[in-house]
Write a protein that binds this ligand. Structure first.
Ligand code: PEP
Length: 250
């Protein structure tokens, strides 16, 4: 039985003042069947971890370098993230793939480093609008999945987030049939590669314009184990109704 996960990605938003949103989440009653992950910008990780200490909310980072230390100005390692009190890291987000030219093999290296430090790797995949219109979605997903996910992936150390690029921050959401098709495809590929136990245990999140108003419908979709939420995770007032919709789907 896969646990449900509501994950929030603050991207490059928020200063210390925004951590009061975490206090609200940390105090809210959360169904024990649901995991909550919030990924603030790197400078806030350590402080954020203190704000949620003792609550069901855990903190994650938005990226890491694949090496544990070294001459990589501006980068942070998985070891540093773990040391800050975080438990997870988002990897291969389309904004990093686009803004920083990150390739799937690089994402795989980063995921291995995250696993070595005991971090949950939330690996993002997704097609562009042009790729969907050209009916290439499943080919793109197959390629990203095969090359971004390392061989040591298990249900305990890896989550896959399907995030169609055209749905991120746009308000355009795929139909539940489209989400279902891609999630079923990812599940089948994971089972084929890792076997029924591990391939069946890796959680699949949907991401892209998830809001309080559409969360319940998305969570009712087969093979959707939760969501990776951008804009609507910045305010507890928006994120909590999404968490409640996920709790209802359990
Ligand atoms: C994201 O960037 O991971 C995301 C899903 O963003 P939004 O929810 O704002 O579309």
């Amino acid at each position: 039985m896969r646990r449900k996960l509501a994950a929030g990605n603050w991207k490059m938003n928020g200063t210390r003042a925004a951590l009061s949103e975490l206090d609200v989440l940390a105090k809210a009653p959360i169904d024990p069947a649901v995991d909550i992950l919030l990924c603030p910008p790197a400078p806030l990780l350590s402080e954020a971890a203190k704000h949620v200490s003792g609550s069901p909310v855990v903190i994650g980072a938005q990226d890491c370098h694949y090496e544990p230390s070294g001459a990589h100005t501006g980068d942070i390692s998985a070891a540093m993230i773990a040391d800050a009190g975080a438990r997870a890291v988002i990897l291969g987000h389309s904004e990093r793939r686009e803004d920083h030219n990150e390739s799937s093999p690089l994402v795989r290296q980063k995921a291995r480093s995250a696993h070595a430090e005991g971090l949950l790797a939330v690996i993002c995949l997704g097609e562009s609008e042009a790729q969907r219109l050209a009916a290439n979605t499943l080919d793109i997903i197959a390629g990203q999945l095969a090359t971004s996910v390392p061989d040591d992936a298990t249900g305990a150390n890896t989550v896959i987030a399907y995030e169609p690029i055209w749905a991120i921050g746009t308000g355009n959401v795929p139909t539940t049939e489209q989400i279902d098709e891609v999630h079923d495809f990812i599940r089948a590929r994971l089972v084929r590669r890792f076997g029924g136990d591990e391939g069946g245990a890796i959680r699949l999140l949907y991401g892209g314009s998830v809001k309080p108003g559409n969360a319940a419908e998305i969570f009712a979709t087969d093979n959707v184990d939760g969501a990776l939420v951008g804009g609507a995770s910045l305010k507890a007032d928006d994120f909590l109704p999404i968490i409640r919709a996920l709790e209802t789907s359990v």
